[in-house]
Design a protein around this ligand. Sequence first.
Ligand SMILES: Cc1cc2nc3c(=O)[nH]c(=O)nc-3n(C[C@H](O)[C@H](O)[C@H](O)COP(=O)(O)OP(=O)(O)OC[C@H]3O[C@@H](n4cnc5c(N)ncnc54)[C@H](O)[C@@H]3O)c2cc1C
Length: 400
Amino acid sequence: MRCGAGAPHEDAEGRTALDFELTDEQRMVRDTARAFCDKEIAPYARDWDRREEMDPEIVPKLAEVGFLGAGIPEDYGGNPIDHVSYCLLIEELGRADSSVRGIVSVNVGLVAKTVLAWGTEEQKRRWLPGLCSGETLGCFGLTEPGSGSDAASLRTRAVRDGEDWVLSGSKLFITNGTWAGVALIMARTGGEGARGITAFLVPTNADGFSATKVTGKLGLRAQDTGELHLDGVRVPDANRLGGEGEGFRVAMSALDKGRMSLAAGSVGIAQGCLDASIAYATERKQFDRPIARFQLVQELIAETAVEVEAARLLVLRAASKADRGEKHTLESSFAKLYASEVAVRASNAAVQVHGGYGYIDEYPVGKYLRDARVATLYEGTSQIQKLLIGRALTGENAFA
Ligand SMILES: Cc1cc2nc3c(=O)[nH]c(=O)nc-3n(C[C@H](O)[C@H](O)[C@H](O)COP(=O)(O)OP(=O)(O)OC[C@H]3O[C@@H](n4cnc5c(N)ncnc54)[C@H](O)[C@@H]3O)c2cc1C
């Protein structure tokens, strides 16, 4: 179910209210992304979901269209678009398939942009071209079996041995985990707490590194999620990203970008649900009239429409701040908290609009609901976002 020019939420020229603030280039990125998603992703997404496996050929295609290097300078093999364009691109991916969207969000938002922000010139030249070309896909290893929300309590250790570091431990629920060529691993090099953590770029073909697939997910079924095992993995000090003890800051700066990206993907889900609901409600007849004529069905659609627009504005506000080089931690949390909850509400409403047909696989809304559900959990649950926002606004730390 797609929403092209002339669809209900667009004007006669195919523009949403927001487009009046977009540049021609930003609109072009969005339109290119939409065309790519229509051709290369949407037609296959439900089959991949059913098989719990996507075609790995999607990775070189994502690289070729410039998605894997989105926002990375050309010098490093990237596609230097701004954050607003990046979020528009991610929204399109989210509307087409969240499993594919996650590949890009993690590779770009959590890994490549973090290397760009924290890496030495040598590290950028070594890692960014492979991340942008998809030859060395990235994954982000923060969560462990015993530490999720309380990420600063992680136990993976890195011990100094001459010019090297030796890493041991495990990471759980890692997106791109078994596909990645490089893992950004947060490990403990010092004492307890956030200040004892250091970040490392770990090649996944290093001795002692292995990854196993996490299966049986509620949604994102086609996406590669892995558990990483590090058993005495040796990396040179040149693979340390940022200073010793700065790993938690590295991870949190990655999440500023990651949360914005996840929020954009959530807007895509919610927009897809809105499109599908409008199309279905105007076609489906009960009591001799389209169900769209019933006010209670219109309520479901109208509430979703308002929330989608509001969520998109929050995403683009965070992206605009990032484009101005301003700190956007709080705005990313606003966008992530709201847009992820909107995606869950919108997909639930869309299933309601579809009635029993929403509960089977014939329409896209059931998959949207399953895929949306994780958005309020990862990259900081909704509860954690509220505590981060509360801390920023009041100065009181609920984590301490
Ligand atoms: C499909 C998928 C992909 C993922 N990809 C990645 C990835 O690529 N890299 C990575 O590092 N991680 C990844 N994660 C992990 C994800 O970020 C964590 O699952 C998330 O941070 C929550 O941690 P947890 O699962 O341990 O839950 P917990 O932290 O155990 O939370 C359980 C519940 O307790 C609540 N809670 C915890 N602490 C508080 C508090 N102080 N106040 C109020 N409520 C609280 C939570 O909100 C939640 O409702 C992924 C997870 C999934 C499911």
